[in-house]
Design a protein. Sequence first.
Length: 430
Amino acid sequence: MKLPAFIKDNLLLKITSLNTGFVGVKALLGFASQRIIAENLGPVGVAFIGDLRNLIPMIQSFSTLGMFNGIVKYVAENKENKDELLKLFSTAFVSLLFASFITFCVLFFGASYWNELIFSTGKDFSFVFKVLALVVPFIAMNRVVNGVINGLSAYKKFLKIELISYSVGIVLLIALLYYKNLNGALLAIAILPVIQFSILFYFFSKTLREYLDYKKISFSIPYRNKLFGFTVMSFVATLLSNLVEIDLRGHLKNKISEADAGYWTAMTNLSKQYLMFSSAVLTLYVIPKFSEIKTSIGFKKEVFNIYKTLLPLFAGGMLLIFVLKDWVVDITHGEGFLAMKPLFKWQLLGDFIKIASVIVAHQFFAKKMVKQFIVTELISLVLFYAFSTYFIKSMGAEGIVFAHFIRNALCFPIIIFILRKHLFGNHLIK
């Protein structure tokens, strides 16, 4: 099917249009898998899976030293300069070897400790951490290759491969779920990165060879200083945000019930499904585009272009989800999860504001504004944790999604204020 001319002429619309179809299929597959998990494991099992899914991004961040957004930025800036790309890849290679080894040791030999810390239920899931330890190199390589592909903006091929990987992962999850119940589901999530990397590398190895001579990769780290800021940003954003989610899930389990923790996890899973529509656009388009813009006028123009293109689409989609929330819950999780319906309003409102703020905040990555990013991220996490623990007492699980809305409503103007010269000035920006 050919795209209309006005879409072809607009890269953002082109990526969004292609992304919508692929992500739509992924969302449907995700909803189907969530329904199967919900029916077989219930809210408590959903909460356990949520804990593990919070852990994976943390391992990604550790095993790659948080270089993903830095790789996207510098590949986008130097895609025609193979000498600079070689320096970047050499740095990534050495960092990956070092960080993967450390992560393996921490996970494998500390499996019992992490089992108690993450799951804290007296059940022994330490085998999951040992499997994750063995999978660490694949988690790291998958993340690095993803960063390269995003930097090259090879969006069409990337989206197809993402869909293939996602589909295979869901089949694996369902198969092991039926075979080994909760243990099988956790195992499937742990070994999925191996499959994802294998598929990604198979289809993109030729593209990578066009930009990289593997034989010339050296044991040097010339980009260490340039990437260090992204490491700090990733550690703050990925590690702390997932730790906060794990802690709040434990807070719900202890203060309210494990079922309520499952309802909130189910709501955040749904949120991640529909937010997939924005994530690919942000990484494939926004960071590379913002990295190229050198003036505040150009930045303001591009932000306005993204807002007028994407925000109405998300507003309409979220409104439709809210109106059909009874049907959405019934289809994706079944009658056993009807108690999550009150969570929709604040989650959707918070997510919409989050999308608007994250679009602008990608300037922090594009221009490597480390201090500004850390300040806003820490403020966001502190507000979220403080409001959540306060409102849980009176509102239960709904208190967390209410806190999610409040923190985004407060952080958005803070981000705008920090970037005011980029948005409202008339000068060059680095």
